[in-house]
Design a protein around this ligand. Structure first.
Ligand code: COA
Length: 214
């Protein structure tokens, strides 16, 4: 339950945003901007912080799973589609593009010119379970961040990151392996939500699989 006067939208206000769907314990800052909300699906236990700009775009989709955090000042442009699977997150200042203009010089660019003079590539972006993008990470169209993978602060992710790998830099390159222990913690957390160790009235009804979409 979000208290009155909170900096997050109340449940009633959330219902008025026109989202395709949203679960429980959803905290969206009143200072975030959401566009094409009919294309945005949000799971439960999700937080979207101040000054985020999220667009489902006119033809895209933005799917946000359970236990996802989108920190302050993120920009998510989902022209082809962007999906955050459960427990994934992007730290402050992150940018994700699901589409981009052609930078070769062969075409005009930007939204103020006719479409027939632009060349725009749409490619979906996927953050699998527990994928973590650090502060000021930019993810370009078509990238999949693997399960339990991460990108270090300031990285430019231009290629897929395999499961359980840590990549850093511009462009992001392999640094080292990441532990998969988080999967065991996830299992314990889900069980704890179901048995009341971690109180959530809604999750308790769902049993040990609370929020498990995979
Ligand atoms: C990627 C990261 C997790 C690595 O941390 P670490 O395991 O302690 O690694 P180290 O600091 O030992 O660095 C190992 C090497 O990677 C380099 N490196 C570390 N982070 C880097 C980054 N973000 N970009 C480029 N290079 C990086 C280091 O310079 C070092 O290079 P060297 O061996 O040539 O000296 C960490 O640096 C990082 O970026 N964390 C993100 C934090 C963040 O954004 N938090 C937001 C709130 S959740």
């Amino acid at each position: 339950m979000i208290p009155a006067g909170s900096s997050f939208y109340s449940e009633e206000e959330l219902a008025g945003l026109g989202l395709k769907s949203f679960g429980h314990a959803v905290k969206i800052s009143r200072k975030a901007s959401l566009y094409n909300t009919g294309r945005i699906e949000i799971g439960s236990h999700v937080r979207i912080d101040d000054f985020c700009v999220l667009s489902g775009c006119s033809d895209g989709y933005l799917k946000i799973g359970w236990f996802v955090h989108i920190a302050a000042h993120c920009f998510i442009e989902a022209s082809a589609g962007v999906e955050f699977m459960d427990f994934s997150a992007i730290a402050a200042g992150g940018v994700i593009y699901g589409g981009t203009d052609d930078y070769s010089g062969e075409h005009l660019t930007n939204p103020n010119v006719p479409w027939d003079m632009r060349e725009f590539a749409w490619k979906p972006v996927l953050l699998k379970k527990h994928a973590l993008a650090g502060a000021s990470v930019t993810i370009l169209p078509g990238v999949t961040m693997g399960e339990c993978s991460c990108a270090g602060a300031g990285s430019l992710v231009v290629r897929d990151i395999p499961d359980g790998e840590m990549h850093v830099g511009i462009p992001a390159k392999y640094l080292k392996k990441r532990s998969f222990r988080m999967l065991e913690l996830e299992r314990r957390y889900r069980e704890g939500l179901a048995d009341g160790t971690y109180p959530c009235g809604f999750c308790r009804d769902l049993g040990a699989g609370a929020g498990d979409r995979t």
